[in-house]
Each structure stands twice: as structure tokens, then as C-alpha cells.
Design a protein around this ligand. Sequence first.
Ligand SMILES: Cc1cc2nc3c(=O)[nH]c(=O)nc-3n(C[C@H](O)[C@H](O)[C@H](O)COP(=O)(O)O)c2cc1C
Length: 243
Amino acid sequence: MRITAFNGSSRGKKSNTGIMVSEFLEGATAAGAETEQIFLSEKKIEHCLGCFKCWVATPGKCVIKDDMAELLEKVITSDVVIMATPLYVDGVTAILKVFMDRLIPLADPHFEQDENGEWRHVKRFEKYPKIIVISNCGMPGQEHFQAIKLHFRRMARNFHSTVVAEIYLDCGELLRSPMLVLKPIISKYKKNLHRAGKEFVVDGSISETTARKLRKPLISGERFIKEANSHWDRLLSKLDDKN
Ligand SMILES: Cc1cc2nc3c(=O)[nH]c(=O)nc-3n(C[C@H](O)[C@H](O)[C@H](O)COP(=O)(O)O)c2cc1C
């Protein structure tokens, strides 16, 4: 099984998203998958021009000369792609969205109805990769992921694919927290990510037990907000000292 992760965080290799993806992929690799994490922030990806030349002039290929040709090849030759992003303004980052827009050469321009009578594009390829979503956000609460959950389901439908697993972590900044008291909690969370990667390769899905553990808050929302607000106060008081 070939799994390619596309990490859309602006922080690239230093991102919380990167930590989540790495742990998941390590588990997947241990179970025999061929895996790769691509940091989109390091790639040259121009905005889609909306010219539709990839449909009518050079079918299947974009006319923009940048890193996207290589990335499209990686998408279509993967069995599974991981769309990985921190939550930015309740959605995916602009970096990931630009990449997603540039996936349209993979679709055929014609329209057809799906099994529910909804319109979508016809397939250009026999097989499209399945989709895993991995995301983290700053605030407490799984409800923050409502919009991206729906977004990826709709995107998968249009690309003849399905979302086969989702991992969402709220209070995501805790992953890189130096607080000693959090060390065992974070280490347990990472072990569960590793387990999820393994389970996915072996069983084709993440078990409900592991998924439930991954949905559990690292600490209570109240405690997080108290710590976070003190953190912002400390940083802002340094600014007051300077002025
Ligand atoms: C521009 C911007 C927008 C953000 N929007 C949200 C948001 O809508 N909801 C939220 O809970 N966190 C939001 N965050 C916080 C990030 O999701 C959070 O810091 C995350 O841990 C960053 O992950 P990364 O290290 O993988 O980039 C935002 C951060 C930035 C910089």
C-alpha cells in the first residue's frame, strides 16, 4: 500500500500537523506500507489560472510549469493520500487549498450523476486514491472540524474517492508544549497515532477503540484555556516592559 501525505501547514517540518502525520506514517510503515510526507510549504505551487487548458488543450496536464506535475503523479500513483492541515479560519490552509485546486487535471471535464443523483465530473483515471484527513486546531472542542469534515467528503465525492479515516486533534499546540506534566499524555497520544497507522494498513480502517482514544481531549478545555490565556498574558506583558 502506498500512502502519500500532503502537509499544508505554513510551519512545514516544525508543525503539529507534521508530528501527527509522522507518527501515523511510522505505524503504517511498520505494518508494511510505502509512505512519504510532502511538505507543501517547501514546494512551488502557483494558483490555478481557471483556464481549463488541462481539460481542453493538454488533457490531464496543467500548463503551469511548477512542482505540481510531480505532485499530481504522486497523487494518482498512491493508494491513499493524507490531506493534512492545521485548521485556519475554520478550514484548510491556503497552502493546502491551492494544492487542492490544482488537482483538477485529474478529473475529466464531462459531468455525470453519482448514485445519489448528484452531479460530478467523470473519471479520467480508473482508480483514484482514498483519502485520510489529519488536522489539528488551536481551540478546545472537536466541533471546530465540522467544516473541513464536510469539505473533504464533498471533495472525495467529486473525485470518485472516499474519506476512509479522519484524525482531528483540538488544543493541538499542546503537542509541542514543554510542560513536563503533559509528557506522558502526549506520548500516549503519539502511541495511539502510531497504532492507528498500523491498523489502517492491516485492516483498512482505524479501530473504533483507537479512534475514540484519538478523539479524547488531551486535557480539559477549561484547563487549556486557563493555561493558554496566561501564556498570552505573559507574552503581552513582555511587550509592555519593552514600551
Ligand atoms: C491564520 C490562522 C488561523 C487559525 N484559525 C483557527 C481556527 O479557525 N480555529 C482554531 O481552533 N484554531 C485556529 N488556528 C490555530 C491553529 O490551528 C493551531 O495553531 C495549530 O496548532 C497549528 O498547527 P500546525 O503547527 O500544524 O501549523 C489558526 C491559526 C492561524 C495562524
